[in-house]
Design a protein around this ligand. Structure first.
Ligand SMILES: C[S@@+](CC[C@H](N)C(=O)[O-])C[C@H]1O[C@@H](n2cnc3c(N)ncnc32)[C@H](O)[C@@H]1O
Length: 454
């Protein structure tokens, strides 16, 4: 195997994409990661880092362009950390994601031959997000409202138009930026912990047309927030909820410790699968409404309910899956750690006239063993954990419960593979893994799996 040094210029043929979307190629057997490279490219690359087993390099020249290369429509592409695959044609993006799921299942799950179904593409390639979170920062003496630069958590790009959200949300974003600049409102500085503005979160009910504006600040400056709301509502009647979340803590998260309603309601509505959901600022809700509907149809199909079952919905969020399942089974228990989504779930159940759902607060690893101790049994378990997947104790409790069928929804192929491996070793047969693309142009991958007890 050849060995190169940092600073050298090398010709690389890109063969694959790594999990985050970087191109992976070889020069005389030596592995080289190339941001921006895609399979089929032959590139001249200047090495920026050279380790014994691999190197990383920057593209100096395209010697031969991949047939999958397309012109990215976004002017921020290459700098913004959001979309990393806009330069890859959509079919090749899908093939890459499907391969990632297969590789993870084989390498990390130890599952051998996997029953992988062909990936389902997204119905909309742009404007599909119903929620965007922008950081408010100071850059070159100016207030910017935007997204992190790729690999640079300290640099925020001022985003005038994000192609992943609707034109309406882009117009709202522009109005908020103008308001902040005109008023000269101070930006929060994480170093000194002084200043006010931290994040702007925009949400849109794709089916209801309602918009929520959630301003996250370090202290409660309600007068300013009211002035902003007045201005937004005068220009955009779709803005039906303006809330202020206060996060005085150093941790850079858009979640507030206190929430103040500023104008309109505290939630917005969204319709999905024939149900109406009201969503508050701090609740998880699937960010691609149309594709979430397909995802939930798959969950329903895989759960194959007959009407008599008790179902557990682990990591139930705002209860979207619970409520959709509830119409087809005897009872559903949802388990969710955060308070806001539980409140939303209870409200949503009531608003939709659903009386057979119970939402239990707490971590799955604690609440599930408690339920089992109380004698609750379930024929079907649906789990939709966060990226970290199952906690070992949650997996163990699921195996103790021993439902007939498990439907596992995942947003991280690595933890999906690990957990499916654990379930298969614990007595389940993996029937199918169905990847589907919720987030075109980003490396994120969603998949649903169905397991049956052996
Ligand atoms: C991917 S979301 C699933 C949401 C839900 N299925 C939906 O579609 O609305 C994961 C959820 O798990 C919750 N969560 C994270 N860790 C948890 C834990 N240890 N126990 C219970 N819930 C947890 C999060 O707050 C989030 O609402």
């Amino acid at each position: 195997m050849a060995r190169y040094r940092a600073g050298e210029s090398v010709s690389v043929t890109v063969e694959d994409l790594a999990y985050g979307g970087e191109g992976v190629g070889r020069a005389e057997g030596y592995v080289i990661f190339v941001p921006g490279g895609i399979p089929g490219d032959r590139l001249r690359v200047r090495l920026t880092q050279a380790r014994p087993r691999f190197a990383r390099g920057q593209v100096e020249a395209v010697e031969q362009s991949s047939p999958h290369r397309v012109e990215p429509p976004c002017p921020y592409f290459g700098r913004c950390g959001g979309c990393r695959l806009q330069h890859v044609d959509y079919q090749a993006q899908l093939a890459f994601k499907e391969k990632q799921v297969r590789d993870c299942l084989v390498r990390l799950g130890g599952l051998g031959e996997v029953p992988l179904a062909p990936i389902i593409g997204a119905p909309e390639l742009y404007g599909y997000r119903n929620k965007m979170e922008f950081t408010i920062a100071e850059a070159a003496g100016q207030t910017v409202v935007g997204l992190h630069e790729a690999e640079r958590y300290d640099v925020i790009l001022d985003i005038e138009r994000c192609l992943l959200q609707s034109d309406l949300l882009n117009a709202v974003l522009g109005e908020v930026r103008t308001f902040i600049r005109e008023r000269g409102l101070p930006v929060y500085d994480p170093e000194t912990e002084e200043g006010l503005l931290r994040f702007l979160m925009l949400r849109e009910g794709k089916r209801s047309g309602e918009v929520m504006v959630n301003l996250v600040t370090a202290s409660p400056r309600l007068a300013e927030a009211r002035a902003l709301a007045e201005r937004l509502q005068a220009r955009f009647p779709q803005v039906t909820a303006v809330v202020l979340n206060v996060n005085p803590k150093k941790a850079s998260v858009a979640l507030g410790v206190e929430e103040h309603p500023v104008a309109g309601r505290e939630t917005i509505r969204e319709h999905l699968g024939g149900l109406e959901f009201s969503i508050s600022a701090n609740s998880f809700f699937q960010t691609n409404t149309l594709q979430a509907e397909r995802l939930f149809e798959l969950v329903l199909e895989y759960a194959a309910l007959t009407g008599t079952e008790t179902v557990l919905d682990l990591y139930s969020g705002t209860g979207a899956i619970s409520l959709l399942l509830a119409r087809r089974c005897r009872a559903v228990y949802g388990i969710e750690v955060m308070a806001a989504p539980i409140e939303d779930a209870v409200r949503n159940a009531r608003a939709n006239g659903i009386a057979n759902c119970t939402f239990l607060p707490g971590e799955v690893r604690h609440v599930l063993p408690e339920l089992i101790r109380k004698g609750v049994r379930a024929e079907v378990v649906v789990a939709d954990p966060p990226r970290a997947g199952f906690h070992p104790k949650a997996l163990k409790a699921t195996l103790t419960l021993a439902p007939r069928r498990i439907v596992y929804v995942s947003c991280n192929p690595s933890t999906l593979a690990r957990d499916l491996g654990g379930l298969v070793r614990g007595g389940y047969r993996l029937e199918v893994v169905q990847p589907l693309d919720m987030f075109p142009h980003t490396p994120h991958i969603e998949a649903v799996a169905r397991l049956e007890r052996r």
